[in-house]
Design a protein around this ligand. Structure first.
Ligand code: PMP
Length: 285
């Protein structure tokens, strides 16, 4: 028994969830997506994810063939049909079926796909001990190319970054922008803590406008922890008291080594741990 997958206008069996080999989502990575958590059977931050999806689609001139409420309802139905309590939703909208040329305007029948399944997490041990990261040479998209805030199906830059990280024996890559400032990790946003203040590169530095990032910033402010959004350099990361990453799958995870330098005390620091706990409680509340 496979999963029930949402395909276009209803649920189908996994084995019947198929898209054309001429879909430009496959041929060119032409489409948009979201990764969303389910906690206690509830879709976490659904409206924020849907807003980002529709904004990404607008920027690449892709029409999502249903309105936001219908898509939200389709997500709920998919979660329920698969009885997902603690899990992960992958929401994908492709450009649709065209020919072998690039022209997106001739594409028809863009596929809307929703997969609600289990989540693959970092092992618990890594949350206790913290991650090792490395600087990579693949930079985030230039703002005049496909803007880095667009969550498109074309993740090759990030995949190249991940390859560099894995080959260097690290769990994650730190990616910079075309100006040399810190942007983010290959699939997570990056933060530092310095003198008790939480610092994050602004999204204009070339990161995705992370939903987890947003929630963590709000929770920190609510707790009276100072938050600064400002450009960070490699120097700022090396000398940080603490570093952590945020993302839908990772939630909040400490970084303890970067490019061979020990970060802070070499274990996830107190602010990281506090924010991880606050996020954990908030997400499940
Ligand atoms: N940056 C990139 C490149 C991502 O793909 C993601 C999502 N995996 C994030 C940051 C984190 O964003 P969110 O908190 O919305 O999952």
């Amino acid at each position: 028994m496979g999963l029930k997958i949402w395909l276009n206008d209803g649920l189908v069996d996994e084995r019947d969830a198929k898209v054309s080999v001429f879909d430009h989502g496959l041929l060119y990575g032409d489409g948009v997506f979201e990764g969303i958590r389910v906690y206690n059977g509830n879709v976490f931050e659904g409206p924020a994810h849907l807003k980002r999806l529709y904004e990404s689609a607008k920027v690449i001139m892709l029409d999502i063939p249903m309105d936001i409420e219908t898509l939200a309802d389709a997500m709920e139905q998919t979660v329920r049909a698969n009885n997902v309590q603690e899990g992960y939703i992958r929401l994908i909208v492709t450009r649709g079926v065209g020919d072998l040329g690039l022209n997106p305007f001739i594409c028809k029948n863009g596929a809307t796909i929703i997969i609600a399944s289990e989540i693959r997490l970092y092992p618990e041990e890594l949350y206790e001990k913290g991650l090792k990261v490395v600087s990579v040479s693949s930079i985030r998209n230039h703002p005049l190319s496909c803007p880095p805030q667009v969550k498109s199906l074309n993740y090759l830059n990030n995949i190249l970054a991940k390859i560099e990280a894995i080959q260097a024996g690290a769990a994650e890559a730190i990616m910079y922008n075309h100006l040399g400032y810190v942007a983010e990790a290959s699939g997570d946003n990056v933060f530092t803590v310095r003198n008790g203040v939480v610092c994050a590169p602004p999204t204009q530095a070339g990161s995705l406008d992370g939903i987890t990032r947003d929630v963590v910033i709000k929770l920190a402010k609510k707790e009276g922890i100072g938050v600064q959004e400002k450009d960070l350099t490699r120097f700022d990361l090396y000398v940080a008291d603490e570093m952590f990453l945020t993302g839908t799958a990772a939630e909040v995870i400490g970084v303890v080594e970067m490019d061979g330098r020990v970060i802070g005390g070499g274990v996830p620091g107190p602010v990281t741990k506090r924010l991880r706990k606050l996020f954990f409680d908030y997400a499940r509340s």
